[in-house]
Design a protein around this ligand. Structure first.
Ligand SMILES: CSC[C@H]1O[C@@H](n2cnc3c(O)ncnc32)[C@H](O)[C@@H]1O
Ligand SMILES: [Zn+2]
Length: 434
């Protein structure tokens, strides 16, 4: 393989050191898929490398969206201003029952296009027709952890078919697309999967040596229902079923008591905090400052585009930094630097990746450049603060994943934007008419 080594000069780079950030002014050297150097000076011998001018740009690790259902972009605006169960049962599930593989392909393409252009370099996706999602990931150049989401409210035969499909997908796609795809086993939620079915899926995760992901404690109603049905709150219920014996990530975790936070910390369970979706569905506000204090890894997710309704991870970082101040009355809750960690390195850890999420030698070259020559980035004082409190997806100028440029001057190089917009409109129209 030929070596592709190049350098960004004149750049400002966001470098995390533990829980702090510093802005390094200088050089970043990339070799093939990896960052090999970052610092104020260029390594000796690298003077003649191909140079990219970083003037006017702020380089950050790519943002990591740790929970979503990309194909649901087709259902954006289809059911707004409803509570979770009504939204799912009356609006989402009837439409999803009619979705074809092709619909999932175009819906996912629409979302991946939005994510890449908005600076998201990796995401976790839980849905059906996952071969199509994997195909989009392969073609677009993004990185993803993919799971066939399984709802077990069906016959034993149907449960078995879904379980086998989930295992086959996980086996077939893990490590594909030059390692950009990893796979996860994912029962949808404790309220849609009977306990013995969750145990079977946990066994699949053990057998395939894969992590687990699920929705958990998103609404008060589901927590109360769990207690009524099984005599336990969801955290103890999942612990009893062996769920936390595997590396695991749970989405939402809005309604937790102190004992549950302690259990999650003890098992090193990561939380995907989805502030936009939780606010829109009126599910509540997760106890993020308490979770972080307890040592739990917290990251950020948009959830599906039908409950958010965009995939702008800058918005999620800003929401995380704002709502916990508002709710706690403590202006130091989730400061900007911490919100950025939630959106980057804690995101990587949450989706079980140890080689992305930071600008650091040895890490995958997954990074973004913001155009900071705009009014809302001036004066150039604290660029970490500006990234969280002032920036949005529209400020993303360039994106690289695995060392390859996928967005250049705001244009996606790997996807046909015009066609995706046209096909996704057609897909929604035909879905509605079916
Ligand atoms: C089995 S594929 C994934 C499944 O999840 C549904 N979904 C989307 N958003 C949420 C949410 O916030 N809570 C629970 N379930 C959700 C989606 O409609 C698919 O059916
Ligand atoms: Zn979800």
């Amino acid at each position: 393989m030929t070596t592709n080594r190049w350098v960004i000069h004149n750049g400002k780079f966001a470098v995390s050191e533990g829980t702090n950030w510093k802005v390094v002014q200088g050089f970043m050297v990339v070799e093939n898929d990896k960052i090999v150097h970052i610092g104020e000076t260029l390594p000796e011998g690298d003077e003649s490398l191909t140079k990219v001018d970083g003037k006017g740009l702020f380089f950050l690790p790519g943002l990591i969206n740790t929970h979503g259902h990309a194909a649901m972009s087709l259902l954006r605006g289809h059911g707004d201003d409803l509570a979770l169960q009504v939204w799912l049962q009356e609006k989402m599930w009837p439409m999803e029952a009619k979705m074809t593989s092709e619909d999932v392909y175009w819906g996912t393409s629409l979302s991946v296009l939005e994510m890449l252009k908005g600076g998201t370099t990796a995401f976790l996706d839980m849905y059906d027709h996952m071969d199509q999602v994997a195909k989009v990931v392969e073609q677009s150049g993004v990185r993803a952890a993919l799971a066939r989401g399984v709802i077990g409210l069906c016959s034993a035969e149907e449960q078995q078919r879904k379980l086998e499909e989930s295992a086959a997908f996980a086996r077939q796609w893990n490590g594909q697309a030059d390692g950009r795809i990893t796979t996860v086993i994912s029962p949808h939620a404790p309220y849609t999967c009977p306990p013995d079915y969750i145990e079977k899926l946990v066994q699949v995760a053990h057998d395939l040596n894969l992590p687990l992901h699920t929705h958990m404690s998103e609404t008060l109603r589901e927590v109360e229902q769990n207690v009524a049905d099984y005599g336990l709150r969801p955290v103890a219920h999942l612990e009893k079923l062996g769920f936390f014996s595997r590396p695991s990530l749970v989405a939402h975790a809005v309604h937790l008591n102190d004992e549950e936070i302690e259990i999650l910390a003890r098992h090193d369970v990561a939380i995907s905090h989805n502030p936009g979706s939780n606010l829109k569905l009126a599910s509540g506000v997760a106890r993020v400052p308490d979770l972080l204090k307890a040592g739990v890894t917290v990251s950020l997710g948009t959830d599906g585009p039908a409950s958010n309704n965009n995939l702008d991870m800058f918005e999620e970082m800003r929401l995380a930094a704002l709502i916990h101040k508002g709710v706690s009355g403590d202006p130091t809750a989730v400061p900007a630097g911490e919100a950025l960690l939630l959106g980057t390195s804690y995101g990587a850890k949450s989706i079980f990746l140890n080689n992305t999420g930071a600008l650091q030698a040895g890490m995958k070259a997954d990074f973004i450049a913001l155009n900071i020559e705009q009014a809302h980035f001036y004066p150039h004082t604290d660029l970490i603060s500006h990234t969280v409190y002032s920036a949005s997806a529209k400020d993303v100028e360039h994106v690289w994943v695995d060392g390859k440029q996928v967005v250049k001057h705001g244009e996606c190089l790997t996807m046909d934007e015009e066609r995706i917009l046209r096909e996704s409109q057609l897909a929604f129209d035909s879905l509605l008419a079916r």
